[in-house]
Design a protein around this ligand. Structure first.
Ligand code: ADP
Length: 622
């Protein structure tokens, strides 16, 4: 086969370009990425050999590094699983990662590109920060062909047949760039290479051989006593494990001894990966058995709503040949899962008490996922709620439920909550808040989609000793006392006959959408407010279900009209006089209320027409 030229998938090409011009200051990490990939390849080969007895065991697994200062090359070589011709094209010529498009868009628009690069983890492509030409020669385990991938990062690469490697594995040769930058490191220099490996890759369990000697200690970091390990070592290990270039927020060590023995080293990342919500596969915990790597992302080791946690668990009690399929039913795994869960709760509790700023970072990144646990895990729903942070009408800070409770008014029967809108400032402007804020109550503002579900289900998910979460969007919830309500009702009775004509018109037009139209004395600034009828679904929830392809029953709501508002006062008169424009105006009030709920009026064109007619009228004399 002669040489064939291919073009990088367009997203890969863009990422490459970004690497070449990268101003990312820590270029050293390209070597960590290559060694990480080599280490993964050795893991994969070992696992393949376990599965298939036809394959010969790797007798001398190693990662070899060679530097040639004269030729200005650096070579990283492994005898791991290797890649076929197609795999070279698929793995190196394309980026399969979900979220790539979003990343590239964000990176293009941003002047914090290098931070974003860290968030995305560019892996193999990072070599183009230091090399202007890269050769990859690889032979896949169990095949007899060796292929060469070659690229100078200009948007294309070539694939050709190469001289047979004696063993499967991969050799990557970097032709280092001549940098114009005076302070730039020479990556073909022996001491530079040595110090980078010592710094970033010491804990790699396979030997890293340089100049005929193994230069990494190969000690599993989770097996060493905490006192021996520096924060920097933890950080480097995290980066190796996750391909995240940023420092983790915190680490959690577990040393369980007793009926089940295992060690764990878990990390909370500092920011959510791009694909946290799109790709449930991202993240997770790697399982080791007696220091031998078994699998990545072992879901059974940690609760689903803690899936953002990364790390390793190393068990002494499991058999080495355990398979993914039986893990779930393995009692030891269940014990480990309970134990990691308990430990994570305890650490988060500590963090919340000791470092609010860091905790807020955690919550901002992962709170949305963590909260899913309230529904999924009734046993720990209370723990999760205690760890939750909320926005509030009381101030611009985050608050915990306990803090809210400490500010609650005497006799307040529960925690007032309002969910809706992704946008906090829009939620703060909701007319539903008026009566509560006027009455001096604090309301928690919940902007995540999952909050709607929590509020809906809180009544039966939460244990009895948790303060009731009260959804103020319901038409049955009021900030007024029974006496005040009675007094209000009395007052409203007086104007009942005045309200009747308007009510009739409104129900004629909106009867298919509204359960009722009611006069209100509790609204102060807004003319109207759309409430959910008790037990009904919110507009947003209804829309979310529709977007998810479901078909929820149409929910009828309650439209409250502020009888003290000048618009409504005028409207009452118009209705009484039989003015037919009253219908249009009441419709606009309904449509406005929908917009404030974050929904688009069903008849948007009609809405615009009605507004324009009103403006024409208003401007007529001006
Ligand atoms: P990541 O490692 O995050 O998946 P990379 O860009 O570093 O992304 O690598 C892409 C893929 O190329 C890897 O997932 C792996 O399948 C393959 N690969 C890279 N280096 C090697 C290697 N030394 N041996 C075998 N496969 C490799």
């Amino acid at each position: 086969m002669s040489e064939e030229r291919y073009y990088f998938q367009s997203e890969a090409a863009e990422l490459l370009k970004m690497m070449i011009s990268s101003v990312y200051s820590n270029k050293d990490i390209f070597l960590r990425e290559l060694i990480s990939n080599a280490s993964d390849a050795l893991d994969k080969r070992r696992i393949e050999c376990l599965k298939d007895s036809e394959l010969a065991e790797n007798e001398n697994p190693e990662i070899k590094i060679a530097a040639d200062a004269d030729a200005k090359t650096l070579t990283v070589s492994d005898n791991g699983i290797g890649m076929t011709r197609d795999e070279l094209i698929n793995y190196l010529g394309t980026i399969a990662k979900s979220g790539t498009k979003e990343f590239l868009k964000a990176a293009k628009d941003s002047n914090t590109q290098s931070e974003l690069i860290g968030q995305f983890g560019v892996g193999f492509y990072s070599v183009f920060m230091v090399a202007d030409k890269v050769e990859v020669v690889s032979r896949k385990l169990g095949t007899g062909e060796t292929f060469r991938f070659e690229s100078d990062g200009d948007g294309s690469y070539t694939i050709s047949e190469a001289e047979q490697r004696s063993e499967c594995g991969t050799t990557i040769t970097l032709h280092l760039r001549q940098s114009d930058d005076e302070g730039a490191k020479n990556y073909a220099d022996e001491w530079t290479v040595r110090s980078i490996i010592e710094k970033y890759s010491d804990f790699i369990s396979w030997p890293i051989v340089f100049k005929d000697s193994t230069i990494n200690s190969r000690k599993a970091i989770w097996q060493r006593p905490d006192s021996e390990i520096t924060e920097e070592e933890y950080t480097e290990f995290y980066k190796h494990l996750t391909h995240d270039w940023r420092d983790p927020l915190t680490h959690i060590k577990i040393n369980a001894e007793g009926s089940t023995n295992f060690k764990g080293l878990l990390f909370i990342p500092s920011e959510a990966p791009f694909d946290l919500f799109m790709n449930p596969e991202a993240g997770g915990i790697s399982l080791y058995i007696n220091r031998v790597f078994i699998m990545n992302d072992c879901k059974d080791l940690i609760a689903g709503y803690m899936r953002f946690i990364r790390g390793v668990v190393d068990s002494e009690d499991l058999p080495l040949n355990i398979s993914r399929e039986i893990l779930q039913d393995e009692p030891i795994i269940r014990v480990i899962r309970r134990s990691t869960q308990r430990k994570v709760f305890a650490e988060l509790k500590k963090l919340l008490a000791s470092d609010r700023e860091k905790y807020i970072k955690f919550w901002t990144a992962f709170g949305r996922v963590f909260k899913e646990g309230i529904m999924q895990d009734s046993e720990h729903a209370k723990n999760i709620l205690e760890l939750a942070l909320f926005r509030t009408t009381a101030n611009d800070e985050w608050t915990t439920l306990a803090e809210y409770e400490s500010r609650m008014k005497d006799g307040q029967e529960g925690v007032y909550c309002l969910a809706g809108r992704d946008n906090l400032s829009a939620l703060r402007a909701s007319p539903k808040l008026e009566e509560f804020v006027n009455k001096g109550y604090e309301v928690l503002l919940m902007t995540d989609p999952v909050d709607e579900v929590i509020l809906n289900q809180a009544a039966w998910v939460l244990p009895e000793d948790v303060k009731k979460l009260i959804n103020i969007a319901s038409d049955k919830v009021s900030a007024y006392t029974e006496d005040e309500k009675k007094a209000n009702d009395e007052k409203l009775k007086e104007s009942e006959s005045e309200f009747e004509p308007l009510k009739k018109i409104a129900m004629e037009i909106l009867g298919d959408k509204l359960e009722s139209v009611r006069p209100s004395l509790t609204l102060t600034n807004s003319p109207a407010c759309l409430k959910d009828s008790a037990g009904g679904m919110s507009l947003r929830m209804e829309n979310m279900l529709r977007a998810a392809g479901q078909n929820p029953p149409v929910q009828k709501r309650v439209l409250e009209l502020n009888v003290n508002h000048p618009v409504v006062r005028k409207l009452l008169k118009m209705a009484e006089a039989g003015d037919e424009r009253a219908g249009d105006i009441v419709k606009v009030l309904y449509e406005q209320s929908m917009i404030l709920e974050g929904a688009v009026p069903e008849d948007a064109a009609g809405f615009v027409k009605r507004i324009n007619e009103l403006m024409t009228l208003a401007l007529k004399d001006g």
